[in-house]
Design a protein around this ligand. Structure first.
Ligand code: HEM
Length: 224
């Protein structure tokens, strides 16, 4: 209880939940990138996910709890940082001076908005239901996730929304990854500049990986 009442404790909760979320983002990208190899990869991946049954729901609940905690503590930390600047420690001041560091709350809220839209789109399948993978099956009788994603991203507006959201994810992670390493004490004064670069590079790779999907579809590199 005391852990979550003090600022360092909250930052530890933010780091651990952030680590869980970024792990999901990496695994999700590996699954989605299989779109480039045609329908087989992503349709098999989606079928495998759904065959996990109750286990999938356990993972979903854990991830939802991690996201909820991350958001609540993120909002609390931002409000506290604004009212009690004296509690900020020196290295944090240096890290927060970047565009990404100054806008964590805004990129975070944009990602939350995007996530709501994304879940309604591809999980709830309430947006563009005509392309829904539960209505349209592939030649092997599996939900056709490939066609659902391709048809959706062929609408340039949808692709622009996704690329914008991916930019927010990249910016958020470019600061978040360094901040996490620092909070968990995995760096020192000497390694900090290296960690800053590694965090930014990892965030850039994730942004490029995700943005490549709508870009590949709009440019007709992917699709049929
Ligand atoms: C080009 C980018 C992306 C594509 C093509 C994509 C595609 C998909 C698809 C097809 C599903 C539904 C899977 C299924 O139930 O069959 C899904 C679910 C999901 N996506 Fe994405 N996604 C993208 C980016 C992201 C990002 C950046 C995040 C996180 C910030 C994210 C978070 C989620 C979550 C939380 C789910 C729900 C997983 C579940 O059903 O348990 N996605 N995505």
């Amino acid at each position: 209880m005391t852990l979550i009442k003090n600022m360092v404790g909250r930052k530890i909760v933010m780091s651990i939940t952030g680590l869980a979320l970024v792990s999901f983002v990496c695994i999700h990208l590996l699954g989605n990138i299989s779109l480039f190899s045609g329908p087989d990869g992503i349709n098999a991946y989606a079928k495998m996910l759904h065959s996990l049954g109750p286990f999938l729901w356990v993972v979903r609940l854990i991830m939802a709890a991690a996201l909820g905690l991350h958001m609540v503590f993120g909002i609390l930390l931002t409000l506290e940082n604004r009212t009690s600047r004296a509690q900020k420690y020196a290295v944090n001041k240096h890290l927060s001076a970047t565009v990404a560091g100054k806008n964590m709350i805004w990129t975070g809220l944009l990602i939350a908005l995007y996530l709501g839209y994304h879940l309604l789109h591809f999980t709830g399948q309430m947006i563009m239901p005509e392309f829904s993978s539960s209505r349209n099956l592939d030649a092997l009788g599996r939900p056709d996730v490939f066609s659902m994603v391709v048809h959706s991203f062929q609408h340039t507006v949808v692709s622009v929304v996704y690329v914008t959201a991916m930019a927010a994810v990249g910016l958020h992670l470019s600061h978040g990854l360094q901040s996490m390493v620092q909070t968990l004490g995995l760096n020192n004064e000497r390694t900090l500049p290296v960690m800053v670069k590694v965090g930014a590079a990892a965030a850039l790779v994730l942004f490029l990986g995700y943005a490549a999907i709508p870009a590949g579809i709009v440019s007709r590199l992917v699709g049929r």
